[in-house]
Design a binder for this molecule. Sequence first.
Ligand SMILES: Cc1cc2nc3c(=O)[nH]c(=O)nc-3n(C[C@H](O)[C@H](O)[C@H](O)COP(=O)(O)OP(=O)(O)OC[C@H]3O[C@@H](n4cnc5c(N)ncnc54)[C@H](O)[C@@H]3O)c2cc1C
Ligand code: FES
Length: 261
Amino acid sequence: MSAEGMILPKICEDARVLHQRSPMAGIYDLTLSAPTIARSARPGQFVEVTVPHGGALLRRPLGIAETSAEEGAIRIIYRVVGRGTELLAAAGAGEMISVLGPLGHGFNVTYRHPLLVGGGMGLAPLLFFAAAHGSSSILMGGRTKAELFWEALFRPHVRAVHATTDDGSYGIEGFVTALLPKLLQEGDYDAVAVCGPPIMMERVAQMTASFSLPCEVSLERRMACGLGACLSCAVDTRSGRRKVCKDGPVFSAEEVYSNVL
Ligand SMILES: Cc1cc2nc3c(=O)[nH]c(=O)nc-3n(C[C@H](O)[C@H](O)[C@H](O)COP(=O)(O)OP(=O)(O)OC[C@H]3O[C@@H](n4cnc5c(N)ncnc54)[C@H](O)[C@@H]3O)c2cc1C
Ligand code: FES
C-alpha cells in the first residue's frame, strides 16, 4: 500500500536495543523494540534517533530497513560517519534510545514487479520495500564484494538479485548503470525505485525515463527537526520548494530532476 497521501501518526517511543551487530567494518545492523512505530511504518519512511548519552543535541535521521509487527521491532542499518553514529554503534542490548517516527512519505509499493536499485547505505530503505512487497527484484552496487553483504538480506524477499562492484570482485564490473539498461530492456518491470549516491540516482532516473517507466528516488539531506518545521532539508522541485523530511524523502524522479521527463 502506498503511504503517499496518508496522514500517519508520529510517535516518540523509548526503544530498547534488542541486538546490534556489525556485518562489516564501520557498518552496524541495529534492532530496536519499538512496537508502535513497527506497526505503522511504511517502506521508505525513516526515524529520528536520539544520540545516546546526550552525545548531540539533534536527533539523527535513519531509514527503516525492516519491521516486524509480531516482534514489535524495527531494524536500522547504518554507517558510522561521525559522533552520533559512533555513539549509537556503542549501544548494547538493553540500552534505551528515544526514537521519533515513522517520518516522511515512503515508496509506492503497489507495482507488480518493481526493480529496486540501490548503492551503499541506500540499500537500507530498499530492504524494507523488498520485504513488504515480496515480489520485486534488486540491482545492488558496491565498491567491493564485501560491501554486498546485503545480498543475503535481500535474497529471501526478491525474485532476483543483480549485482555490480566497482572492482569486479562480484557480479558485473562497474556501477549499477552498467547493468541497468540491459535489465530494463529484458525484464518485465513496471517501475523503478532508487536510493543511493545522488549522481547514481540521477543517472538511474534518466535511464528509467528513456524506457518510459515511473521512477521514485529517495533523497537525503541534512536534517534538524525532521518534522517540516525548520526548513534545513529544503529542496527545489518542479512544484516549488519542498521539505525532504515531510514531503519526501521519496519523490517521483521527474519532480526533482529537471532533465528527467
Ligand atoms: C531520510 C534519511 C535517511 C537516512 N538513512 C540512513 C540509513 O539508513 N543508513 C545510514 O547509514 N545513514 C542514513 N542517513 C544518513 C545519516 O542520517 C547520517 O549519516 C547521520 O545523521 C550522521 O550522523 P553523525 O553524527 O554520525 O555524523 P555527523 O558528525 O553529523 O556528520 C559526519 C559527516 O557526515 C555528513 N553527513 C551527516 N548527515 C548527512 C546527511 N544527511 N547527508 C549527507 N551527509 C551527511 C556530514 O556532512 C559530515 O561530513 C539518512 C539520512 C536521511 C536524511
Ligand atoms: S528537517 Fe526541519 S524542515 Fe526538514
